[in-house]
Design a protein around this ligand. Structure first.
Ligand SMILES: *Cc1c(COP(=O)(O)O)cnc(C)c1O
Length: 233
């Protein structure tokens, strides 16, 4: 039994159905497999089954897997909190950083992106439900925050990312996705030439995220099974 490949097929079918329900092309939704707490063998199995994009939250753990899988051409997304002293390794080993909410971190990532790599693709994280403990910028601050970011030469601003507050009622969950989509569409900074990505939706809610306009979803549990809880997860 290849359970990861079975899970991938199931998730893929669910993505296709959600896209079909709202008249979107399946190819307009990019699946990032969140491989935090999974080992290199699990990532390899997912890569063998055709997945290319992998999301990681913890740098030390991620670097070990990236090294193990350097024979594959995978696309690594950093989706955890970025500490200033970790930017050099992130700028070197990842293709995307989805959690930009501080200009200082963005400046360091741009300065430290190696010259032989392409620009680093970044998303601005938005605290869409204004949760005090959660990362992300205030939606009202988007234009002001994006302006200096767009001047950083080694970053390419691709759009927005959010982790809405989990809601018991699916309809309430959708409202946060809908607000994100409105911000993505109406808040596009004029200078952002590569603005094409709205990253939202996880195992619990990726289908409604797709129906509300997500172009990228980040799915862990539905692909790899439940994770061991970590103290800081
Ligand atoms: C862990 C994580 C996910 C995936 O969560 P699942 O519920 O396992 O699909 C997605 N995005 C971020 C930022 C995460 O930390």
């Amino acid at each position: 039994m290849h359970s990861i490949s079975n899970h991938i097929a199931e998730v893929d079918a669910r993505i296709s159905r959600a896209a079909a329900r709202c008249g979107r092309d399946r190819r307009a939704v990019r699946l990032v497999a969140v491989s935090k707490a999974q080992n290199s063998d699990a990532v390899r199995e997912a890569a063998n089954a055709g997945l290319v994009d992998f999301g990681e939250n913890y740098l030390v753990e991620a670097l070990a897997k990236i090294a193990d899988l350097c024979d594959r051409s995978l696309c690594w997304h950093f989706i955890g909190a970025v500490q200033s002293n970790k930017t050099r390794d992130i700028a070197r080993h990842f293709q995307w950083v989805q959690t930009i909410d501080r200009l200082k971190v963005a400046e360091r990532l741009s300065a430290q992106r190696p010259g032989d790599a392409g620009p680093l693709d970044v998303l601005i994280q938005v605290n869409i439900d204004a949760e005090p403990q959660k990362a992300g910028i205030d939606p009202a601050a988007l234009a002001e925050f994006a302006a200096p970011l767009l001047k950083l030469p080694r970053l390419r601003l691709r759009g927005l990312m959010a982790i809405p507050r989990p809601e018991r009622e699916p309809e309430r969950q959708r409202l946060a996705f809908r607000r994100m989509r409105a911000l993505f569409e109406d808040g596009k900074p004029p200078a952002a030439e590569h603005w094409d990505t709205l990253s939202m939706g996880m195992t619990q809610d990726f289908e409604s995220a797709i129906e509300e306009g997500a172009t990228m979803i980040r799915v862990g549990t539905a692909l790899f099974g439940a994770r061991e809880p970590r103290p800081h997860d």
